[in-house]
Design a protein around this ligand. Sequence first.
Ligand code: SF4
Length: 307
Amino acid sequence: MKIGIPRGLLYYEFEFMWKEFFKELDIEYIISPDTDKDIYQAGVNKAIHESCLPLKVFLGHVEYLIGKCDYILIPRIGTFGFYDRMCTRYQSTIDLVYNTFRDDNIKILPFNIDYSEGEKQIKSFVKMGKFLGKRRGQSILAYRKARILNDYIVSEKEAKMEEKLNSDNIKILLVGHKYNTLDSFSGSIIMNYLKKMGVEIILATDMDSKKADFYAKELTDTMPWTLNRELLGSILKYKSKIDGIILISSFNCGPDSMANEMILRKFKDIPILNLVIDGQEGVGGIETRLESFLDIILFKKEGGLFG
Ligand code: SF4
């Protein structure tokens, strides 16, 4: 049996845990490749026009996997905590995929987390194991190993983040969902350009999510979307150690447009570049905006008009 994992949306939240879990249970898996023009275009062809870019990209990855595996793993995340909310697109991904590919006889391996319904993370893994014919004990053991590995990776990332914050280079906090910043189609233009310019890139998502959520409460305890709150928490924690912030969001994203508007209004004393990516923009346009932004930061660092 082979499981297909689409490299999009919440893949970036669970990738290490899923891989370790399947490895421990001796289940073969295939991950769709980095997003390229073909995958993007396949997703665009399948999605309704109003979809956000990451959902289109995700559907492109699902299409890539059809015929290459027995089941395609599709996550559905309702809530991560009892009072939290997630974007409705994470909540409806399974239904969306079923409907979009109804003529392809697609077989889905569901992964469902919803704390408000008592579906905690461990239960979701155990259910997935059961679906694949594994005993409860085996799945719990595999889950624990996956969790340990994931916690280790998170702490390593945080340690590297702290190292970068001590660098003398320009330090930019990249604030965006992992499926935007880490995707080879959406985020790579920005990452590659900043790296080329010798900028220290600090990913807001490298901060431990629980800590980030705690820091966010300094500014809001009413923002409903868990992942946006975590991004906000990272800004609050690191704002005094960075030279600028780049907000990366996708065209048609409701939660990001509201959360980022709040960030732009609340953090007036730090340069912020708000980039909305739509998959159509050429490299040139983005690079020009990044270049101007870095000029502003350098100017400010060197003391501005009075330096
Ligand atoms: S948070 Fe925004 S980008 Fe992410 S799935 Fe929801 S609408 Fe799309």
